[in-house]
Write a new protein. Sequence first.
Length: 345
Amino acid sequence: MKIGLLTYHKSYNCGAVLQTYATCRLLKELGHEVELIDLRQPEPIKLRQLIFIPRFIKFYRFCKKFYPSLTRHYKTVEELRKAKLDYDCLLVGSDQTWNPLISREQCLAYFLDFGGEQVRRVSFASSFGVNMWPESHKELLPTIDKLLHRFSGISVREVTGQNILKQQFSLDSSLVLDPTMLHSSYAEITSSITPNHRIVCYLLNRNDCQLDMARYLSYKMGIPARMIFNGYPLRGFEYCYPPAIKGWIEQIGGAEVVVTDSFHGLVFSLLYHRQFAVIPIANGLSSRLLDLLDLVGLEDHVFTSQEELEKNMEVLQRPIDYERVDSILAIYRERSIDFLRNVLK
């Protein structure tokens, strides 16, 4: 089957690029031909980001090596709607493709409002990224409702996503894993993973509370903390020039402990059997992490304040039962692949 995949493929975020790669890899393994639909979220490079140009080049090289072919670049949704597409199936997902706060004026495209009426439409592991549909985009709900009812199969990667679909659109959906969790190894990307004996901090927000908690953890555990997502040094952290895909996986995979507020930071901590602490911020965008932790029974690894961390340090000194985690993920991995296999028959 020839599949056109719409996702956040053009990004300098490791999670976005890896979920794109993982989805394409799975589709190919299932015997399908996949092409990326080149509609991009604007990511203008600002003057202060020039320090990251070497990192951006590595992203470009990764995508050139590991991505399938792309369509021509569609500069607007209108261009995409007018395009004559030759696909058996349009597939959207994963990542926060259904979060209107990210897709903004392109929102309806991620509900597949383009393409012919007869083409099959499927959602795979799409995420809303929020607990409830934003009030600021409520006027889109009637249109989205009509678009979703054209889908042949709908799957999401979080229970909160299932709840939104049920409450807002009266639609049932399948719960699947993020595509990055459907592969047990990324050896084709990385070198061998070696322990780095560091608390590796992958914090997207890096607010004062998060930084203080990471420093405290480093002090109590007697392990240096290394920040891997900051362009300049921070007090109390080893400086590490922000890695691209290969280095990012190797840093997390070799960590003594991972401290993160990132969904994919958590995912790769689980895949590489790392001890970890999730330090979310109170912005209503952490449901993705909390749902995954609930799924694998590790909710006690969330810390919302330094006081909570201090009281529960024993959680991070207790080995995680990864045999149990792996058995849970194996069940959902099989269900996820079965969903895709069946909906693409």
